[in-house]
Design a protein around this ligand. Structure first.
Ligand code: PGA
Length: 252
């Protein structure tokens, strides 16, 4: 039985003061929801403040990115050990990192291996662009992204791993995929790729989230799918009522 998980990716939104305010409003209603793992991923600058507020709440904290090296001359970067001081989770290979910061599967792979070494739970994002979707390349793209991004990950670490299937065309567009289609990608492509890497049994233990325009209104459609174990939520994760309703839907 895979435990459901909802993660909120705030992207480059919210100052430290705004982060405090938003977490302050969310924390009580989120704490009332049981049976779903909840994670909040604010910007780096806000992690310290968020960590203080979330301490003892049972709500997890995640970074949105990190470098793969432990330390060194990488101006502007943040190392796995720095993330680990405050966070249990890290989002890796988000499509915005891939599109705007040239992160390839090889780069994402190095980061995933560093997350494994640091003992962080990696939330690894995969998903096809609109052009690839329209050219019916979804299965090929998602398959190779999954296997290349997770190359060399140990079967011991794998059950901790989280994969987020996020069709790029659905992110921030208000045009979510639908439950059946997203479930098929997980079932036909992501789990088989995981099985090739880690064996059938371990592949069944890896949680796979859907992401891309998830809202309180459509969340249940995804959570009702047998292969989808939760959601990676962008825009709606910064609206208290929306995020709380999404977490509730995942708990049911
Ligand atoms: P969205 O973003 O929910 O705003 O579409 C999802 C994501 O980028 O993870």
């Amino acid at each position: 039985m895979r435990k459901s998980l909802v993660a909120g990716n705030w992207k480059m939104n919210k100052t430290i003061a705004e982060t405090r305010d938003l977490i302050f409003k969310m924390i009580a209603p989120l704490r009332e929801i049981t049976g779903v793992e909840q994670v909040i991923c604010p910007p780096f600058m806000s992690l310290m403040a968020a960590s203080a507020l979330l301490e003892g709440s049972g709500i997890g904290l995640g970074a949105q990115n990190m470098h793969w090296e432990e330390k060194g001359a990488f101006t502007g970067e943040t190392s796995p050990m720095m993330v680990k001081e405050l966070c249990g989770y890290v989002i890796l290979g988000h499509s915005e990192r891939r599109a705007y910061f040239n992160e390839t599967d090889q780069v994402v792979n190095r980061k995933v291996l560093s997350a494994q070494a640091a003992g962080l739970t990696a939330i690894v994002c995969v998903g096809e662009t609109l052009e690839q979707y329209e050219s019916k390349l979804t299965m090929d793209v998602v398959s190779s992204q999954t296997s290349n991004s997770l190359k060399g990950v140990s079967a011991e670490y794998a059950p901790r791993l989280i994969v987020a299937y996020e069709p790029v065309w659905a992110i921030g567009t208000g045009k979510a995929s639908n439950g059946t289609e997203a479930n098929a990608v997980v079932k036909e492509v992501i789990r088989p790729a995981l099985a090739k890497l880690f064996g059938e049994e371990t592949a069944q233990a890896v949680r796979v989230l859907y992401g891309g325009s998830v809202t309180a209104a459509n969340a249940a459609e995804f959570f009702n799918q047998p292969e989808i174990d939760g959601a990676l939520v962008g825009g709606a994760s910064m609206k208290v009522e929306e995020f709380v309703a999404i977490a509730k839907a995942a708990a049911n």
